[in-house]
Design a protein around this ligand. Structure first.
Ligand code: PLP
Length: 371
């Protein structure tokens, strides 16, 4: 069995499992309780937040824990826009965002009279200049991803952050696919909100965090004082500790992992020499994601045949009731009529994959497309 769908989710690292298990066994108190069990849990929570802050070059009061990328994105977008709508009702985003960014924005447009400018990639690229041209006096939020989940394409985060320093608009970055893979220090990048999700960097599922420069946004969970009153509800301490352990390891080994994954990608492409394929990608790419198309091959059938061979990859686009949807990212890159929309699959690599696995993937793919 070969797992190459790491952009969907990653297997948990041994350090994260061990850190979580220890908390579940030993520190089961509620961090808000005042007795010793509670105080012990509260101490662990403070330490986890402090460790996370150090890893991101920020202060613990700028970080709060969420149930993952979707909640972080919704909180930043809806919370910021509802709080600051007196300054304007215009939002800028891109056509290649994850649905957990596009749909909260759609919700604001449909229910609260916001307007959105959706930037279309030009030659598979979103530029800071496009953001500049779309900015208006009433723009209050710009939301772009750091790295695209379907293609691995990087966006010019620091350039956009720099540009927005001169404007009232807050900058939200969905960094779910980048955290743990590239160094990220939100304060030096001019970012106001940054979303992350633990299960994308070998941590547990259902836990993530949101960095907020000001913590000045409407919260939508009420009924408790946790997380500076920004997110009521008892904290998921085992998952929080597991997430921070996973991120610490990912960042300590970041350069090494980046090189290993690059090598795995190169081995695969080398093995594919002579095969009939094309890559769907932008100018600047993370090596972790390879979006690849095969002329004349239906991607859903390809996935099925790979699955039968024990290899798990995906198209990268949303799946509803087991049916693969057309990718809105490839549609934005290549247009709605492109054959690429029906022929492309996503291979997403982690440092836990091996050279042997990449060779086997290439061999199986060549067998399938050749026969
Ligand atoms: N943003 C991006 C870019 C993603 O790839 C994903 C997950 O695929 C999410 C947000 C949502 O994260 P979560 O699964 O933690 O809700």
């Amino acid at each position: 069995m070969i797992y190459l769908d790491n952009a969907a989710t990653t297997p948990m690292s041994a350090v994260a499992i061990s850190a979580m298990t220890q908390v579940m066994q030993e520190t089961y108190g509620n961090p808000s309780s005042i007795h010793s069990h509670g105080r012990q849990a509260g101490k662990l929570l403070r330490e986890a937040r402090q460790d996370l802050a150090s890893l991101l070059g920020t202060k613990p009061q700028h970080l709060f824990f969420t149930a993952g990328g979707t909640e972080s994105n919704n909180t930043a977008i809806i919370g910021h826009c509802l709080r600051h709508q007196n300054l304007g009702k215009h939002i800028i985003t891109t056509a290649i965002e994850h649905h957990s960014v596009l749909e909260p924005i759609e919700y604001l447009v449909e229910n609260f009279g916001f307007e959105v400018t959706i930037l279309q990639p030009i030659n598979q690229e979103i530029s800071a200049q496009q953001v500049q041209e779309a900015l208006r006096d009433d723009t209050i939020l710009v939301s772009t991803m750091y790295a695209n989940n379907e293609t691995g394409t990087l966006l010019p985060i620091s350039e956009i952050g720099e540009l927005l320093k001169q404007h009232q608009a807050a900058y939200h970055v969905d960094a779910v696919q980048a955290v743990g893979k590239v160094p990220i220090f939100p304060e030096t990048l001019g970012i106001d909100f940054l979303s992350a999700s633990a299960h994308k960097f070998h941590g547990p599922k259902g836990i993530g965090f949101l960095y907020s420069a000001t913590m000045d946004f409407d919260s939508y969970l009420h009924g408790g004082d946790q997380e500076q009153k920004k997110r009521a509800g008892t904290e998921n301490l085992p998952a929080i500790v597991g997430m921070v352990a996973a991120l610490k390891e990912a960042l300590e080994k970041q350069e090494q992992h980046f090189k290993e994954v690059e090598e795995l990608k190169d081995v695969f492409l080398h093995e594919m020499t002579g095969a009939d394929y094309y890559l769907n990608q932008g100018k600047i790419q993370l090596p972790y994601v390879l979006n690849i198309g095969f002329p004349g091959q239906k991607n859903d059938l390809l996935l099925l045949r790979l699955d039968l061979a024990g290899i798990s990859i995906s198209t990268g686009s949303a799946c509803t009731a087991g049916i693969v949807q057309i990718s809105h990212v490839l549609e934005a890159f290549y247009g709605p009529e492109s054959h690429r929309l029906h022929e492309s699959v996503r291979i997403s690599i982690s440092p836990q994959n091996t050279i042997q696995e990449m060779k086997q993937l290439a061999e199986t793919l060549k067998e399938i497309i050749g026969g």
